[in-house]
Write a protein that binds this ligand. Sequence first.
Ligand code: C5P
Length: 316
Amino acid sequence: MRPRAAAPVRFRNVTAVTVRVPAKVNLQLSVGPLRDDGYHDLVNVFHAVSLFDEVTATPAPRLSVVVEAESGLDIDAVPVGPDNLAARAAAALAAHIGVEPTVQIGIHKAIPVAGGMAGGSADAAGALIACNELWDAGVDEATLLELAADLGSDVPFALFGGTAVGLGRGERLSPVLTRGRFDWVFALADGGLSTAAVYGECDRLRAADGGPVPPPQVAEGLIAALAAGNAETLGKELRNDLQPAALTLRSSLRSTLAAGRDSGALGALVSGSGPTCAFLAASEDHARDLATALSQRAVAKSVIQAHGPVPGATVL
Ligand code: C5P
């Protein structure tokens, strides 16, 4: 009888780890009153869509970030220093496990910058997963979600993916049951909007209005439409409390939304804090027609098709 082989030694000979991370659209973004800590309690129904950034972690003498993009995407506003949220994610994970963050974070962007689709949050989630793998750190999912929540309200969802409701700042996630797939068209705008500025404008508009701000409630009709896979009902149920603020700050979005509705979208709304606008279609073919119609009407810088739900951050 041959002697039993010794347990294999685990070699880490990884030179780079690449993680694919999705953009999100908010199907419901209901915003409660301003809290003492400067945040708002939310009911935030996140939906991950098939528009992806890729984040690559490579061993390097020190922490650095390089960013490149799909043609036509403006990345001038993306910081390449330690302020980049993905760099902060790598530093946070390194501090947590007690190592130096000797890594280069390479980001290939397809998600619009400051566009209301959580591109920066996606990159941070990608960096957490990529460094966890590169450093063979074995940090568990619950801890990664905690580190993610410290980095930003939308970062945990970029790990989570699918469709989920986020409570609190949006970071306390539970999955939402969906059936089938939903087809979307996104109209990208020139330039971004600051999330903090849009929340601030929302508070200002509400103060001018004078009425009390009720606590946010889950839209049961929206949850039922998702479970049934009913795009027509979902289109009517989409809602975003930040939309009036985004439209005040960027009035051209009114004609973008109107063009989508006129072209037969089942639903049209500003994505998160904007300025990207999201249009729900009945099918992939319908989305293609809608994308063509929107391109012809020249109401956006560019138009892209995507579908959801898709998984969260995934190692390639
Ligand atoms: O959490 P994150 O850094 O992404 O938030 C950016 C800004 O958006 C915050 O500084 C705050 O002004 C606003 N925000 C908010 N309430 C939330 C989430 C974000 O007011 N639930």
